[in-house]
Ligand binder design. Structure first.
Ligand code: SAM
Length: 230
């Protein structure tokens, strides 16, 4: 279970809201029951239920189980797409091990408001479900031109281009990287030119078929993880 507070030896944790409801209402845990907790900083801890109240539960830490896992240095820059599909992308980014999810606003982005809290909740649920001890960092939405302007010198920008490029696997090099996926309507000619002008950018193909943006994200991240992730 993810807790948004620092964990450490001998810490006492007071949970309320959905987390308390999950432990006592859904799991029906009683005092003495063991619970695994992680805080996205110090790793995973074993805790024990100390006290159950109507709307809260108190836990005491008993042991450190494992440190926060190492996360492959891959960012995913994705243009927001409609609700259910971007939720899915948040969930899969976490499952597949992305270090940072960065929503990028492009000229053809049609979704202009993103509920970051909801996306984070999907990531947390995914991390809990697959036993992770780290969450992807969820970046504030950023305009594509601003992202390109401040692009870090040492990070490759793998631009998924449905108009063709190097086969994905051949374009992956060791080292920090980011994958850029366009919105449902794709990038404009002007945006494509700006992306390709960046020295760190490499245009890649995911095959001859045009994939939906969410499919392209999952395919590209999976391929990168297979080739370079650890
Ligand atoms: N511009 C296209 C159109 O409207 O016909 C479609 C864009 S596609 C639905 C959304 C994004 O997925 C693209 O901007 C690209 O980043 C990625 N994508 C889809 N198919 C791809 C492929 N075969 N190779 C590389 N990237 C792809």
């Amino acid at each position: 279970l993810f807790v948004d507070q620092p964990l450490g030896p001998d810490a006492t944790i007071l949970l309320d809201g959905p987390a308390a409801h999950y432990l006592t209402g859904v799991m029906r845990l009683k005092p003495g029951a063991p619970v695994k907790l992680f805080d996205d900083v110090s790793g995973e801890w074993l805790a024990e239920v100390r006290d159950v109240a109507k709307r809260s539960v108190t836990l005491g830490i008993s042991a450190h189980l494992r440190p926060r896992e190492a996360v492959p240095d891959l960012w995913l820059l994705a243009a927001p797409i409609k609700k259910g599909r971007i939720d899915w992308v948040a969930e899969k980014s976490c499952e597949l091990g992305v270090a940072r999810l960065m929503p990028v606003l492009t000229q053809r982005t049609i979704v202009d408001r993103l509920n970051l809290e909801r996306l984070r909740a999907h990531m947390i649920e995914a991390a809990e479900q697959c036993g992770r001890t780290a969450l992807p960092e969820l970046h504030e939405p950023i305009k594509l031109d601003a992202a390109l302007r401040d692009w870090p010198a040492g990070r490759a920008l793998i631009f998924a281009d449905e108009n063709g490029g190097a086969p994905f696997i051949e374009a992956v090099k060791p080292g920090p990287a980011a994958i850029l996926i366009g919105p449902e309507g794709g990038f404009t000619a002007e945006e494509r030119a700006a992306i390709r002008a960046l020295p760190q950018a490499v245009g890649v193909s995911l095959g001859p078929r045009i994939l939906r943006a969410d499919t392209a994200m999952a395919a590209a991240v999976s391929l990168w993880m297979a080739a370079a992730g650890d």
